[in-house]
Design a protein around this ligand. Sequence first.
Ligand SMILES: O=CCCCC(=O)O
Length: 488
Amino acid sequence: MSTHPDARRVLDDAPTQLYVGGSWRDADGGATMPVEDPATGEELCRVADASVADGRAALDAAVAAQADWRGVPPQERSEILHRAFVLMQERSDDLALLMTLEMGKSLAESKGEIAYAAEFFRWFSGEALRIDGYFKQAANGQSRVLVMKQPVGPCLFITPWNFPAAMGTRKIGPAIAAGCTMVVKPAEQTPLSMLALARLLEDAGLPAGVLNVVPTSSSADLAAPLISDPRLRKLSFTGSTEVGRTLISQASEQVLKVSMELGGNAPFVVFEDADLDAAVDQAMVAKMRNMGEACTSANRFHVQDTVAEEFAAKLADRMRALTLGHGADEGTDIGPLIDADQRGKVTELVDDAVAKGATAVVGGGVREGAGYFFEPTVLTGVTADARLLKEEIFGPVAPIATFHDEAEAIAAANDTEFGLVSYLFTRDLSRALRVSEALETGMIGLNQGLVSNAGAPFGGVKQSGLGREGGNEGLAEYLETKYVAVKL
Ligand SMILES: O=CCCCC(=O)O
């Protein structure tokens, strides 16, 4: 258990029941599941473990609330979101500590995530006021075209453990703005942050039944009947491509609208004309944010051969200087990975690269002792057949490969079935635009290692997903377009 002076209080105050139809209640039969501290492996508390029947009750509540909720004026929906934004800032310290306890990231990172998560409430409180349509004369002058936007209807959100608040608010924010009701199934490892968000939205005045939260240890069993229920109108998921594929196929039965934020394999491309120190600074952000447990994480570094050695040495120095520890402890830079499975996968990928000829300049293995720690690692001499160039690492490991010219860099960057984000470092404007046009990803960090922004369209191409979250595009995902042909 963390020695942070507020840890016990924050855990004792945290809601641990299901939130359904505006009431807090136990799961069917009183079932509970443990929440573990990944830094120590200890049980922090127990949370209600929703059954299939609890999931159905949550959808019943969302369906029952939909008719009234869509009639609530945009200004009221906007004000609820704005109050939620303010409350999130007021509660930031406690929400961040709760997140660190259940997820492991450092307190500074958790505070950063709470601030980022709150921005989705602020952004969509504005967007709620800008839902429009249009009226025009038909081309032949004989009739009129009236176009209106309406809420899609009840949604199911399946959210991940790596950003337990922000991946929720960027679905919940636009759904509230558009007038949709929802059921949220948070990740089994991190239910506390989502339940705390439900309490916050209740305090912000969100009417009963608009948001329902059902943590469960039986995700697939709970989700499947909801996805095949004809009353559900939309499914939004953030997580692996493998699970996303299954969900898309289940959703096809009812021709559900889907938004999928799936896996990534982000290339971080450094040309010899880049500002190398700035590139190293941004590499630390792109690689080490969230201990590398992010779909946006720089998965592989492609560095021009003339500067690769210098880049690797500078990156290794920065990685060596990081302090591993409990996320709630003063001075911790890097927390643990989420669980033994995740750490096992990272270990396997690093061992594979080393067996095929890579060298660990720093790190390379697990940190022994309690918790799921993995050392910050830089690998050089990574061969083209190493699995970690193709698979998402989701850990603090930076493999460095080299390229000779621009064409080779683009080919290497695009050599993946994923297409979420690329990072590109160059001081040559023409090259920056040329390469940006050639990169097959939904987002590009140009001379910066972070693309996240509530006001921008986040999302991928290829097998990284469908749809966009954030920006104006994020609201459109929750609106249907209806056209009325008007005979004068
Ligand atoms: O795993 C994906 C998380 C994306 C976090 C972000 O929005 O930056």
